[in-house]
Design a protein around this ligand. Structure first.
Ligand code: ATP
Length: 353
């Protein structure tokens, strides 16, 4: 029997609740399948680790998890620690250290969910946003001089490399080709950003030549926000830069009904390193410790993990159970307007498995 080694990093806030729930669901799924198993190892990195050790994770943290088959991540964020420290000190250290350059974010309106797009049925909205996850606006290039003085200057320089752009656009074309509609929208801002985004557009044209069977178009990021709201059915697979996709995918999650549902995968397509799967929501300190967090985003992330591990049947089964649970409004958590607790949703998923 195949055993998958999974590193669990609950992180902060509700991450500490939803990751163990995800683990419980994966254990139940494995027990039922009889074909594979999981070996989980949990790492207590995040805000508490920072208070005890002065860093979000140990310096050799990536070495400790590099031989795992995958990583299940919760969230990083703490009201008492600046956001740039929590983000750069943990999540980005893993994404960049393991070259997880494709951040894949599916959006669908699951059965039973009251989504804000009233003219849109679940069949009309089935998107995957691919976010460039290794460079661009979040490359960390820049600095501050004359800090605190009137002449202070601060820069954040967006770095786009030909290799970095080419590989993520190619990944997106391949993903688009694997989906029934074979359609890709390349998001850009080359009207205002005249250098890197123009190179981005040129590379899209070059890569598209290898994918004559994929229909593709180009959309400015501002126009894309309106298109997502007004013409959702014209969209299928989307590729965008680190910053653009960060914003677009939060809009996508809101349009699908709640931040608590949306999953994401940070993929190293070369498979040299483990890929990392996480709900897109943050640590949500306002509901922490109350058992109210919606675990569906984490469960859907587990579906993406199973697909990546090469267990498509188990992935399909878990997704079907998730959909049957969201269809039952008595199992909706507070973010969806219901009264169910995280534990009730988790137990319902396990029972239906
Ligand atoms: P961070 O700083 O870590 O990004 P945040 O609290 O600013 O965290 P989110 O955690 O993404 O941002 O959450 C925004 C709001 O959405 C929260 O206040 C919470 O009420 C709600 N929310 C997010 N995730 C969930 C969830 N899984 N279940 C229920 N509500 C959620």
């Amino acid at each position: 029997m195949k055993t998958y080694k999974i590193a669990c990093i609950p992180g902060d806030g509700i991450g500490k609740e939803v990751v163990p729930a995800g683990e419980a669901v994966l254990r139940a799924l494995a027990a039922k399948s009889g074909k594979f198993n999981f070996e989980f190892e949990s790492f207590g990195w995040g805000g508490d680790w920072y208070r005890a050790h002065g860093e979000m994770m140990p310096k050799n943290g990536n070495d400790l998890i590099k031989d795992k088959d995958a990583i299940l991540f919760g969230s990083a964020g703490d009201p008492h620690i600046p956001d740039h420290i929590t983000l750069w000190g943990l999540r980005l250290k893993i994404c960049q250290g393991f070259d997880q350059y494709a951040n894949v974010r599916p959006t669908r309106i699951l059965p039973g969910i009251d989504a804000p797009l009233k003219r849109c049925t679940p069949a009309d909205l089935d998107w995957v946003i691919v976010r460039e996850n290794s460079e661009g606006e979040y490359a960390g290039v820049g600095g501050r001089v004359h800090q605190g003085h009137a002449i202070e200057v601060a820069t954040d320089v967006s770095m786009m490399t030909r290799v970095g752009v080419e590989r993520v656009i190619r990944y997106a074309f391949e993903l688009a080709r694997s989906r029934p509609r074979k359609q890709l929208t390349v998001v850009t801002k080359s009207n205002a950003q005249r250098h890197a985004m123009v190179m981005w557009d040129e590379i899209a044209v070059e890569v598209s030549k290898d994918f004559p069977d994929v229909k593709w178009d180009k959309e400015l990021v501002d126009a894309m926000t309106a298109r997502m709201v007004n013409k959702p059915r014209t969209i299928d697979t989307v590729v965008a830069t680190n910053l653009h996709a960060d914003v677009l995918s939060d809009l996508a999650a809101a349009l699908a009904g709640s931040l608590g549902i949306a999953p994401t995968a940070n993929i190293d397509p070369s498979r040299r390193f483990p890929s990392m799967f996480e709900p897109i929501h943050g640590s949500a300190f306002d509901i922490m410790g109350k058992g109210l967090a919606n675990p569906i985003g984490t469960f859907w992330s587990c579906v993406m993990m199973l697909e990546h591990l090469g267990e498509p049947e188990a992935a399909k089964k878990l997704m079907a159970v998730i959909e049957s649970v969201t269809a039952d409004t008595s199992l909706h958590t507070g973010d969806l307007g219901g009264k169910a607790t995280m534990d009730q949703v988790t137990q319902a998923v396990i029972a239906r498995l």
